[in-house]
Ligand binder design. Structure first.
Ligand SMILES: N[C@@H](CCC(=O)N[C@@H](CS)C(=O)NCC(=O)O)C(=O)O
Length: 330
């Protein structure tokens, strides 16, 4: 199993976690058992008032967002069998529209990445799920900062990764970031974004609107991609593969989204290598694939490397489901 440090293999499935320890409604502020990020928040407040105000309003400190209402009902939007073949034109169109709603975020590597002297020595670890608007906010920042992050998908009904978050942070709420370089662990997407810029932004500010726009349009991809990247596929392999898969990606790429959804539904941990426009990782991507297009998947467990989202999704469901299924696009 490609486990995060301290991964707990024997914990009960998330659906059996007592409801009192589940996350509050999306956006509601709840005290963390370990307030590991307390000092950072105070520093952030002094440095960047606009972002902290956004964090407050998004997390219940101020205004109540309507995402507080949407997120608890997300599971109602799930439906259909994730492993069923899906019409390609519908997949591409809805994901393309989703990308339009989030422009310009999550598309390019920003100045921060170019000015950074060096990358984090160890990849950050992000527990999230594809359909969550707050997780999307963090993934957009990851693209802008051109970071490499080990993603541990936490779809509803996850059997591994949700338990890890609950055990470490005390709540089943996402996103959850672990930075092994500094020892920081934290909930709250706006605070995570601020932390990433403070720590890896080479002095850059959080881009205007990246945080605030989550409430305006951050939920649109979730609705357009209804039911995708949300719930664990019931026939997904129970054990995670030994090695992390690797995905060259940028957040707002319409084809990469389809692959991330599948990785999420299969609860497959993967190393997300940012390769947005202007990314320093594009050279490495070109060496690997001969092109600079994303998505590009490397599966060291099976010695497989491949491009083309429909083929990657097909490959993932065929190789990481207990009952091999057809995913061929029509
Ligand atoms: N204020 C938090 C809100 C996070 C949140 O509410 N996340 C939802 C998903 S959108 C969640 O974890 N819900 C519990 C669940 O999915 O079980 C943040 O910005 O990170």
């Amino acid at each position: 199993m490609a486990a995060a440090p301290g991964a707990l293999s024997g914990l009960p499935a998330a659906r059996r976690i007592p409801s009192s320890r589940q996350a509050p409604p999306c956006g509601a502020m709840a005290p963390s058992r370990k307030n590991l990020h307390g000092q950072q928040s105070a520093r952030s407040a002094r440095r960047s008032g606009h972002v902290v105000r956004a964090a407050e309003s998004n997390s219940g400190g101020g205004g109540q967002s309507w995402l507080q209402v949407l997120c608890p009902f997300l599971k109602m939007f799930s439906g259909g069998d994730p492993a069923e073949a899906r019409p390609r034109w519908l997949e591409v169109t809805t994901s393309g529209l989703a990308s339009i709603t989030r422009m310009p975020y999550g598309t390019s590597a920003g100045d921060a990445s170019r000015n950074r002297a060096s990358d984090p020595a160890q990849p950050l670890q992000l527990y999230e799920f594809e359909a969550c608007p707050f997780c999307r906010r963090v993934r957009e920042a990851v693209t802008d900062l051109d970071l490499t992050v080990d993603v541990y998908p936490c779809p509803k009904d996850a059997i591994r990764n949700r338990a890890e978050v609950l055990s470490r942070g005390g709540k089943s709420m996402f996103p959850y970031l672990i930075d092994p370089n500094t020892g920081k662990e934290m909930y709250e997407s706006a605070e995570i974004v601020q932390y990433l810029y403070d720590t890896y932004g080479a002095g850059a500010q959080v881009p205007e609107g990246l945080v605030n726009s989550t409430l305006r349009t951050g939920w649109m991809p979730t609705l357009l991609r209804i039911g995708r990247g949300l719930v664990r596929y019931e026939n997904a392999e129970r054990e995670a593969p030994e090695k992390l898969l690797e995905l060259y990606n940028y957040e707002n790429n319409q084809f990469a989204r389809l692959v991330r959804e599948a990785l999420c539904e299969l609860e497959l941990p993967y190393r997300l290598i940012s390769a947005g426009k202007g990314s320093k990782n594009r050279n490495k991507l070109e060496e690997e694939s001969g092109k600079t297009t994303v998505p590009y998947l490397v599966d060291p467990n099976k010695g497989v490397k491949m491009a083309e989202s429909d083929q990657i999704v097909d490959y993932l469901f065929k190789n990481y489901s207990r009952q091999p299924v057809g995913q061929s696009a029509s």
